[in-house]
Design a protein around this ligand. Structure first.
Ligand SMILES: Cc1cc2nc3c(=O)[nH]c(=O)nc-3n(C[C@H](O)[C@H](O)[C@H](O)COP(=O)(O)O)c2cc1C
Length: 140
């Protein structure tokens, strides 16, 4: 098993529909390639963790890296790991909802994510780093 974490900045004019298109395509492809993970979008930034076979993950990252729907794509870590951390999701996605945004209830958002994080038993270094990126974006 192989895990890879990257951060990037969404193209400035990216719409909700664009993100839905990315996700629909990603979920389809990922099931086919046995890839799982988590994608977070907040404040025009993406953080994603990908996991699966090493060659499948590296091949996918190469495609994602040159995707013009985002820029400044930076791989921050990758490692061989024993287990998957997000085996249940072909690509779990979280975005700050309108409600959370309007009520400025960032706590709710953070709580939702915390519960997600704690569902991951024995988090690997990649998962911890993914979480660190998420916190950094939220707290900025
Ligand atoms: C932020 C972001 C995350 C993405 N995540 C995935 C993903 O998890 N799986 C995937 O197949 N494509 C993902 N994509 C899309 C890829 O960049 C690429 O368009 C797609 O893999 C091409 O698929 P194809 O080879 O079937 O044409 C993502 C794109 C962006 C901008």
């Amino acid at each position: 098993m192989f895990q890879l974490v990257y951060i990037s900045k969404a193209r400035i004019d990216l719409t909700k529909q664009d993100i839905e298109n990315i996700l629909a395509h990603a979920r389809n492809n990922n099931v086919h390639n046995n890839i799982s993970g988590c994608l977070l979008y907040f404040d025009n930034q993406f953080v994603q963790i990908l996991e699966g076979g090493k060659s499948e993950v590296e091949e996918l990252y190469e495609k994602i890296r040159i995707d013009d729907r985002h820029q400044e794509v930076l791989k921050t870590f990758s490692e061989i790991s024993d287990n998957r951390s997000f085996s249940a999701w072909s690509m779990y996605y979280h975005e700050l909802s309108e409600y959370e945004m309007k009520s400025l209830s960032e706590k709710l958002f953070v709580d939702n994510l915390s519960s997600l994080f704690y569902m991951v038993s024995k988090p690997t270094y990649s998962v911890k780093l993914f979480w660190e990126h998420v916190k950094k974006i939220i707290e900025k």
